[in-house]
Ligand binder design. Structure first.
Ligand code: B12
Length: 208
């Protein structure tokens, strides 16, 4: 078990930040550090599921991850060059998890996409409105951490279709448990397992 994973799992907020700064100074890649933080969050989730941790502990883990994100962000310097396109991003209706979404935002921005973030717990019509206000947005990225919110993904895809926008907009989904079966269920186009994949897929879809 890596030190960062262990410290996050044990909710050692100050020690995590010291360790992350130390590893960044030693030249460790920020992507690798992020991956270890995510493993730490998964361990927190496991302890919550097993009854060892409470919602307050999830909140604390969320705050720790956000602080780590602030420390690491400057290391993802954005590439110079033209904007690759516009992406509308948000967490679906009923779901308030925003850490993964914010990471997707950071990586897409660093990858030269313009990102319109509609926030969390966003109803289908909010996404539709953002797409209408940004007619050059060719990608819609939906984050969803709760299995109970798969219907919200489906309803968002349906709302985009009903608004007559589906032909011009590709839909990527992601977040904790999202996989190909959720793509099939919801009618989205693709799923990505992490923020880096969000960038790769957005680039792919922009070219279609
Ligand atoms: C922190 C946390 C919270 C915090 C969130 C704080 C915040 N500001 O976001 C708080 C305390 C608010 C919270 C609340 C709840 N939570 Co919670 N939470 C977590 C926890 C521990 C970590 C989530 C996280 O931030 N992970 C780190 C980020 C970086 O990972 P990520 O979000 O998956 O994002 C990455 C990828 O998935 C991907 N990605 C994300 N979005 C997208 C989008 C696209 C397009 C793409 C391509 C990729 C992509 O890129 C990201 C970076 O690589 C998870 C456990 C876990 N294993 O994830 C539980 C977890 C998600 N929560 C859970 C639950 C049950 C809840 C509550 C219902 C608890 C309750 N009883 O109240 C509430 C629901 C509130 C609501 N309506 O949304 C369950 C969900 C179970 C399920 N099957 O649905 C989990 C899995 C815990 C568990 N094991 O039981 N939670």
């Amino acid at each position: 078990m890596s030190i960062i994973l262990q410290l996050i799992a044990d909710l050692e907020d100050e020690k995590v930040l010291v360790e992350v700064e130390k590893q960044l100074n030693d030249g460790k890649s920020p992507t690798e550090i992020f991956a270890e933080c995510q493993d730490g969050m998964n361990e927190v989730g496991k302890r919550f599921q097993e009854g060892e941790y409470y919602v307050s502990d999830l909140m604390m883990a969320g705050n720790i991850f956000k602080e780590v994100n602030e420390v690491i962000k400057p290391y993802f310097s954005s590439e110079d060059g033209e904007t690759l396109g516009t992406v509308v991003l948000g967490t679906v209706d009923g779901d308030i998890h925003d850490i993964g979404k914010d990471l997707v935002y950071a990586m897409l921005s660093a990858g030269n996409f313009e990102v319109i973030d509609v926030g969390v717990d966003a109803k289908p019509e909010i996404f539709v409105q953002a797409l209408k206000e940004n007619p050059n947005a060719k990608v819609l990225a939906l984050s969803c951490l709760l299995t109970t919110c798969y219907d919200a993904i489906k309803e968002t895809v349906e709302a985009v279709t009903e608004a007559g926008l589906r032909e011009n907009v590709k839909i990527i989904i992601g977040g904790g448990p999202v996989d190909q079966s959720v793509v099939d269920y919801s009618g989205a186009d693709k799923f990505g397992k992490d923020a880096q994949e969000a960038v790769t897929i957005a680039k792919e879809l922009m070219e279609l």
